[in-house]
Structure formats: C-alpha cells, structure tokens
Design a protein around this ligand. Sequence first.
Ligand code: OOG
Ligand code: MG
Length: 256
Amino acid sequence: MNLNEVSEKLLRARKEKRAMAPIRAELKDFSVSDGYKVQNLLLEQALGEGQKLCGYKMGLTSKAKQIDVGVTDPIRGFLLSSMECEKGSTLSRSSYIQPRVEPELAVVLNQRVGGREVTLRDVVGALQFVSPALEILDSRFENYKFSTPDVVADNTSAAGFMVGTTNLVSQLDSIRLLGISLKKNGIIVSTGCPAAVLGDPLLSVVALARSLAEEGRAIEKGQIILTGGITASVPFDVGDWVEAVWPGETLTFRVS
Ligand code: OOG
Ligand code: MG
C-alpha cells in the first residue's frame, strides 16, 4: 500500500461512514512525516473538488486531550469551509462515523504570520479575533484508537467546527483563566479553562505557524485557527443536545 492508496482508503472510510483499521496495522513503518504527506493528499483532493481551505487546527495541545486519546505529540490539521456549522444548528448523526465534541478557543489573524522563528509577540501583534469555539471530531479508525502517524493522516479527526461571535481580544489578560463547561443534555460533562492548552492557547498559534513553515506555508490573514481541545472530548449521538458554555456566549447544537 503506497501513500496514495492510504489516502484513498481514508477517503472511502469517510464516504461510506465506516471505521477502518489503523494504517500502522498494515504499514508498520508508516511515519509522522508520511502522515503529513497523506494529509496533504487529502487537502489536494478536497481543493480539486472545489472545496475551500479556511484555516487550520492544532490538536493534542492539552494534557486532558493527550490522556483522552493516549497520544502525547501536538499535531496539525486543516479546516475546510464545508466543515463550519452554524451556532444552534442541528447536526445529522448519519454524517459521522463516531463523532465527538470538544470546546476550543478560535483565533483569526489580521495579517500573514509565518516562519520558523515566529514568536508569541508576532501572534499577539496580529490578533483580529479570539472567540469561543467547538470542534466536532470523527476518527476514521476503529474504536477511536490510533497512533500519532495515523491521526495525522486522518487530518487529526477533523469533521466540523463552530465559532462564536464574541471577540475576546480586549480581554487578552483574562482569557486563559475563563471558566468553561461542556454540557450534554443539560448535564455538565467536562469543565476547564483555556490555560489547559499549552499554558496559553496563543502558543498553539505559534506552534502552528512554525509547523507550517516546515512546508513553506504560513497562516494567512483571515484564516480560522482552532487552538486545540481544552477538555477531553465527549461522544454524542442521535437526540443529544450539546452546549459549550463560556462566560458571555454559549455554543449549542442538537443531533438528529
Ligand atoms: C485527535 C484530534 C485532537 C484536539 O483538539 O486535541 C484535537 C482526536 O482526539 O481525535 O483535535
Ligand atoms: Mg480539537
């Protein structure tokens, strides 16, 4: 199985909504760098179909998330416009294989930021928008079990995202310690604060810029960046009602 075949297998799993065995089960020496090559093939395929790249996501940037999936290396994936969900919308369970949700902080920059030496100062100087968000994850791997190269190839389980409208830029000093809770069917299932993400989710943006620089790419003005799950993710199913409650804004969806 070559890398093209791996990407086709992943595309088929997503299309047929059927979980597959981890890539490493068959390709023992499949590496993280192979994972990024496959992820790029998935992006090329999506762009070829006329889809639009609208940003990036960082993953496994909090201890809670690393424990959640048993993988400890931060990873990067891409976001397509088609993945964006409206606040308060109803998601269809049948669009996913084994969906989960997690609260995150989203960031938008007002200028291009790139390079291996990007600093926190560069990111803070370019902030346009920082807001509550949530991510919908949907691993293509059986039983939601994978290694780092697998999950990178699977575009870091990215399946959807929702971004709020509250701009927290003017509260930069206090964002890290905002208390948030994730509720399912009215019951709190996890709580946390943005500091769980690398001590400061803006450091996740720095890591993203540096990681993209390895491929000669940069974060472009206006792109949406998801900085990584703050708490462990929570599975959802038909009939569920999910709320990510932030001070000042709640992001919700229902599942049909
Ligand atoms: C892997 C993706 C991790 C995050 O925010 O940590 C991620 C997964 O949990 O399926 O998106
Ligand atoms: Mg995430």
